[in-house]
Design a binder for this molecule. Sequence first.
Ligand code: ZN
Length: 405
Amino acid sequence: MNSDQLYHKLLVPNDSKLALVVLDGLGDIATESTGFRTPLEVARTPNLDILAKRSALGRMIAVAPGITPGSGPGHLGLFGYDPLEYEVGRGVIEALGLGIDLKHGDMAARANFCSLDAKGIVTDRRAGRIDTKVCEAQCTLLAAKIKKIGDVEVIIRAGKGHRFVVVLRGKGLEGQLGDSDPHREGLPIATVKPLTKSAKAAKTAKVLAAFYKQALPLLKNCKPANGFLLRGIAHQPKIPLFEERYGLKAAAIAIYPMYKGLAQLVGMKKVEGPNTVQQEFEAAVDALKAYDFVFVHVKGTDMAGEDGNFDAKVKAIEEADAALGQLLPHVDVLAVTGDHSTPVPVKGHSWHPQPVMICGEIAGWDGQDRFTERTANLGSLGVFDAKYLIRHMQANARRLDKFGA
Ligand code: ZN
């Protein structure tokens, strides 16, 4: 019996309500450049302060020590799925990000327009970073002409700038496949090759070769974006559903499609509508009437961290704190954390363990009056793998029975 089987055996249903609030990229670091303070320390957070007094605190490792995760693996880890075991291709994440409802077995590739010379040599891998409008027009052109290849449906969706996504839907498809991107200029578009020996991967490679054959002539007169490159080609993996795994009916509330998509990937129900953080928490209160578990994603903290904007990150935390208040009377166990750290001095994602707070009637007070990186260092949860977060929440909700006599 492995630990997942054990957890499953110990599941105890009850009426408790659980909420996971993810402030994207929340974790930060105190350096001389920030006056040795972090945005969490500087922000005024009356609600988080109240919660700290009935919470266990700690730090979480998103994927593995020293690994800087993207938001995809970061969220899978938070949802309790080991990001190393459940590898989700970049194409799949990108497709989810563009709001495509992927089904099991769908193949997805990240694509971008490029420039080709008369001999088919890639002269600019980003086609001079064409405007989104140009990309949209060219995707419309391709989508109008190429709807199917054999028995395989082709879905093309424009992204930002030169980027788009190609999804293949049909029987007998499988990834992963090698990129058609030669990864440097001066080379022709590479042939997509299967990375495994399966017949399905071979079929997929054939379909993509046929796709190229039909698509390139359509782009012949499109300057400068007369070619395209494919990367991260993979199928949507089969992932055990959240409800089965945890005995929790879950809803997901996010503004950005990628996070809704990641939640959908594990079987959460996405709630459409909210456009502000305030509205997200209103929707969370509403969702808890019908669901046991709600995931709320707040993006502003990560964007501010990426920009290296300390004050904006403080503001994003304060905004989330204010909106969070309305949720508190409706939850029994609440966890607040990030999917990874996005420290202001780093101006990007990082490996620093993210602070986490688990609040509930029997969480136990760690003696801290605030929720910050520094207080999290002193917490009873120590440093643990993010994939155990929901297990902690289940235990606090008395949804896990005793193991053994
Ligand atoms: Zn993130």
